[in-house]
Design a protein around this ligand. Sequence first.
Ligand code: SAM
Length: 203
Amino acid sequence: MPDGLIVDFLTGATGYRQRHSFGRRQPLPRALGLHKKDADPHRFHIIDATAGLGRDAFLLASLGVRVTLLERNPEMFSLLQQAMARARDHSPEMAAIMDRMHLLHADARHYLGGRSPEYVYLDPMHPQRTGSALVKKQLRQVRELVGTDPDSGDLLRTALQVATRRVVLKWPLRAPALPGIPAPSHQICGKTVRYDVFVRHRT
Ligand SMILES: C[S@@+](CC[C@H](N)C(=O)[O-])C[C@H]1O[C@@H](n2cnc3c(N)ncnc32)[C@H](O)[C@@H]1O
């Protein structure tokens, strides 16, 4: 386990995001269509196929969305499970957010097969580092633990086959698309990352 790798929803950047809820206009909620006037977050159920430190899932759950988090690395899964238990004990408000986060120890490529989720969100390990110094350090530690996710193309292809509404891929702003993947319907670009949005029409 990399020294000092912590998953924590109560302090640091993740807690900050929740305390200062920037709302549904942030790039990730927008990429999922949560910013639309008629979108009720409580009606959304999103599969976060690459849970990692759980920051993105926590943001979505803070907005009222139900999130199923899939994490295949056993150590990362265990860190996340412990962080969720601590958050649940912290306050009724955090417990309500944790109630919307359902964590599973699973490889998303297998979990998704045979299912028809509406929304799938993917944030596999990126080919380059992004974000603030803290995030960079954390991502370095995550990379040490889980490796480079060389099968992200397979995971994206599986998600595109099964999702009925949207697949969203978080990817470095200037990195080329994963090979063999169709062009996204549109992109939401931030300073260092972009969200490739694949709108599906299977409902
Ligand atoms: C960059 S991190 C995700 C960070 C996360 N979005 C966050 O907000 O903290 C990628 C994580 O996805 C996990 N992962 C990659 N491919 C996966 C798969 N096929 N199934 C489940 N977990 C996967 C890795 O083990 C790693 O923990």
